[in-house]
Write a protein of this length. Structure first.
Ligand code: ZN
Length: 397
């Protein structure tokens, strides 16, 4: 009998059941207006539609503040605060206890880690399988936009300087981070497949071949890293741009994923046919130009709603990314705000950090992971006992 769920799934369920469609709509609307305050930086400054091939992107929306608050660091001497305890109910019947999931005290207000593996046995067996990722393995998703040439004045908060990109890449390497692909992230999140303990997925939004060639490619080649592209497949793409991108993809360093077809910011009034085209069309286009099938949908403008999330799942997308910098992700542990939680599909609304504070995102991840590892050690004996007691094959299974 596997009828017990992780505590956070229960909480998630409560949230879901109390979330009316109007409040969902309200929360989505507030995202577009840029009023998100839990982390204060959800606004995508991309143009709502892409029509040219320019490396730079028009900025017609409010600008997020850099995520400086992410650097608030707890003192090193402080004992990690996880207080996990498995407390089997004092009963003689063979009922499985609730599992306590790891929580981290320094997430932004309103952000909660959400578990999504429904069967606790599936979760625990994968978690403690020595051939899989060790507890404490973490992935930091980071989104990039423009990179300004030396001397160019930076007038928006999505652009970073070459000097900062160089600093970040070196810092990531020093801290022991390396990149993973979308496919690897899917394996990790779904079944804890082995990835580097300190992983990041670097996502470059929109169409910036010059930025790829000039600034990212040297690092990709040097470290054998991957750059994931959030690529809008619009019909406005010239043949020469397709050829340029196809030859870049042939290097093997790019991981081309969907960023919609016409880069439409999905709103509640967006016609269904338009949402369908945004979700389905890029699959064919990416297949025809790159020979691969996109499995991640990076929501244009960070906009999503219940319909688009459902369509994305039906279309075969396994992951979706927002522009909310909620935190790094771990196996069965996705920090989400209320808007994403309300979708009921955590993997389709994954957080991403802004490139303007990318190094702070890595530092933050290391703090979280340290506590997560301690928590896992504390829970290990009890979780293994749980597996032994409740996760053995039974007659009829
Ligand atoms: Zn975009």
């Amino acid at each position: 009998m596997k009828k017990f769920f992780c505590l956070s799934i229960f909480i998630c369920g409560l949230l879901l059941s109390s979330c009316s469609s109007s409040s969902i709509a309200g929360s989505i609307l507030s995202a577009k207006e840029g009023s998100e305050t839990a982390d204060g930086r959800m606004i995508d400054t991309e143009a709502s539609k892409i029509t040219g091939n320019s490396d730079s992107t028009a900025t017609s929306r409010p600008i997020p503040e850099p995520t400086l608050t992410m650097t608030a660091a707890p003192t090193l001497t402080q004992t990690p605060t996880p207080t996990p305890s498995l407390t089997p109910s004092p009963t003689s019947t063979p009922t499985a206890p609730d599992l306590i999931s790891f929580s981290y005290s320094d997430l932004h207000q309103g952000v909660q880690p959400v578990a999504y593996i429904e069967d606790p046995c599936d979760y625990l067996i994968s978690r403690w399988d020595e051939d899989k990722s060790a507890p404490g393995t973490i992935v930091v998703p980071i989104m990039f936009h423009s990179v300004a040439k030396p001397g160019r004045e930076i007038t928006d908060s999505t652009t970073i300087s070459v000097a900062y990109l160089d600093y970040f890449m070196e810092r990531a390497k020093t801290l022991g981070f390396s990149t993973i692909t979308t496919e690897e992230l899917i394996g990790f999140l779904e079944s804890n497949e082995k990835i580097p303990e300190r992983s990041m997925i670097l996502i470059l939004d929109d169409r910036r071949p010059g930025v790829i060639e000039e600034y990212f490619m040297p690092y990709l080649e040097e470290n054998d890293w991957t750059l994931t592209l959030a690529w809008p497949t619009t019909d406005a793409t010239s043949n020469s741009l397709w050829e340029r991108m196809e030859s870049l993809a042939e290097t093997g360093y790019l991981d081309v994923q969907s960023h919609g077809h016409d880069h439409i910011y999905i709103q509640d009034y967006t016609p269904l046919e338009e949402i369908e085209e945004e979700v389905y069309q890029p699959i064919e286009v990416i297949q025809s130009h790159f020979g691969t099938t996109p499995r991640a949908l990076i929501w244009p403008g960070g906009n999503f709603n219940q319909i688009s999330v459902q369509l994305a799942q039906e279309a075969g997308f396994k992951l979706g990314f927002t522009v909310f910098s909620r935190g790094p992700v771990m196996y069965n542990w996705i920090p989400l705000g209320p808007q994403e939680t309300a979708m009921g599909a955590p993997l389709l609304v994954l957080p991403r950090f802004w490139s303007t504070a990318a190094d702070a995102a890595l530092e933050k991840a290391l703090q979280i992971v340290e506590e997560a590892r301690v928590a896992a050690e504390i829970l290990k004996a009890e979780e293994l006992a749980y597996i032994a007691s409740y996760c053995q094959p039974q007659d009829g299974d």
